[in-house]
Design a protein around this ligand. Structure first.
Ligand code: ATP
Ligand code: MG
Length: 419
């Protein structure tokens, strides 16, 4: 048996009209995707196809032409629209045969569940002549591993409780044997306060690399740099990643706030917790989104005290003590108002640090002087006070999300600057 060229290529074919109609999300393909990445497969295409025999056969043929291993999801049950077995036989050019071991399994499971035997059940005992069934301890239809020359088709059932154990057990072993034992490990460096193109410019020397690879991904208000290395073990992959990570840290300096799945707000809460300091907010155009994002982090209550959603000017004046004069002279969307809001909520709530947001989220309400997207962020803390003016593009939703991230980034700047 010749090993496929390394790294081997894998392709998923998800079967089900309900996927195409958007009635369910393809969470099973997501699980396979993660496993393929972990095992170091090349994975460049994925297909979704409805419950129609000729379409499934076509999808499998296309996948077999370009991949070493094809994984199907769903369509293994007893009903008329479960056609994956027939399609695999068609694509592999094989006949379906009854597998007595599967018949025995079906009879046992149905008896246990007190389900009478009906003829359609026996469809699940069919398999292409050269296929090996994958036992399904959690359901009726077994999975299948069907060789096709040097390649193979692996069929998995759709229901999650049957799919996951099969994927993580026997299918993982099958893939591991094909993969030549390589693994891909990724580490994500999370950056705030620097735009995507500037990040790319600064780390350009690393972006052409092949092992590890370095790739930037833009998120609202943030950029994530993913470093991925391929090696025979996780430890050796991490060894490849380490020098590249150090170099990126030199190039990006303070802009990196966290790694992997650490969020900006959770990192800030940790910084404040260590200093035994507290936080308050005053929100106008974000209407509570900032506080919402902070309180989404479990345990935020030791640090976050609360604040004011001062959407109307009357609330800015009455609750936060913004002088009516400030509003009259400069308007609610102004440097001056943002400063008064931050100071006001800090005092009202008696917090060490306070953030404020005021801006024009649109789509209406903009003017030449104060266009949609103009936002002022304020931060007031011990030994730090700063107002930032930003001009965001995009939809109302995007302006509001970017405002939240910019406010958090300003707090980070304050915390770093006072040590
Ligand atoms: P059954 O024996 O239940 O018919 P099956 O292998 O034929 O199983 P399908 O009929 O294709 O699988 O799907 C059964 C159920 O499994 C779906 O209704 C859905 O809830 C879930 N499912 C199917 N495919 C997926 C998928 N790609 N991701 C997540 N869930 C899925
Ligand atoms: Mg089915």
């Amino acid at each position: 048996l010749r090993m496929p060229d390394h790294p081997p290529t894998a392709e998923i074919v998800s079967v089900g009209t309900e996927l195409l109609l958007g009635q369910i999300a393809d969470t099973n393909a997501q699980e396979i995707g993660k496993l393929l990445a972990e095992l170091g497969f090349r994975h460049v295409h994925r297909q979704t196809v409805g419950d129609k025999l000729e379409h499934i056969v076509e999808a499998l043929q296309l996948a077999l032409n370009r991949a070493d291993v094809v994984l199907t999801i769903g369509g293994l049950g007893p009903t008329e629209d479960d056609l994956t077995r027939e399609a695999i036989a068609g694509a592999a050019g094989e006949r379906l045969e009854v597998d007595p071991s599967i018949v025995a399994h079906l009879r046992k499971v149905l008896a246990e569940r007190n389900i009478p035997w009906v003829d359609s059940q026996s469809r699940q005992a069919l398999r292409p002549k050269s296929a090996t069934p994958i036992p399904n301890p959690n359901g009726t239809a077994p999975g299948l591993i069907c060789p096709k020359g040097k390649k193979s088709i692996v069929a998995l059932p759709g229901p999650r409780a049957e799919f996951l154990p099969m994927l993580r057990g026997p299918v993982r072993d099958h893939l591991l044997a094909l993969s030549g034992g390589e693994t891909i490990v990724s580490r994500t460096l999370r950056i705030v306060g620097v735009g995507e193109s500037i990040v790319e410019e600064r780390v350009r020397e690393l972006i052409g690399g092949t092992n590890p690879t370095v790739a930037p991904y833009a998120h609202p208000g943030e950029v994530h740099l993913r470093i991925s290395a391929r090696a025979r073990s996780k430890a050796s992959a991490l060894k490849l990643i380490a020098p590249v990570e150090s170099r990126i840290r030199e190039l990006m300096a303070d802009a990196i706030y966290g790694i992997d799945d650490e969020s900006l707000e959770s990192v800030l809460l940790d910084l404040l917790r260590v200093r035994k300091q507290t936080l308050a907010v005053a929100e106008s155009c974000t209407g509570g989104l900032l506080g919402g994002r902070i309180t989404n982090v479990p345990g935020s209550s030791d640090v976050f005290l609360g604040g004011v959603i001062s959407y109307a000017n009357s609330v800015k004046v009455a609750q936060l003590g913004v002088p009516a004069e400030t509003l009259r002279l400069h308007g609610a969307v102004s440097r001056e108002c943002a400063l008064e809001m931050a100071r006001g909520t800090r005092e009202l709530v008696n917090a060490d640090w306070a953030l404020s947001v005021t801006g024009v989220a649109g789509p209406g309400g903009g003017s030449d002087e104060k266009p949609v997207g103009l936002v002022y962020l304020g931060c007031s803390g011990p030994g730090f006070e700063e107002i930032e003016e930003r001009r965001f593009g995009g939809s109302r939703e995007s302006i509001r999300i970017r405002s939240v991230v910019a406010a958090l980034a300003l707090l980070r700047k304050g915390l770093l600057s006072v040590g």
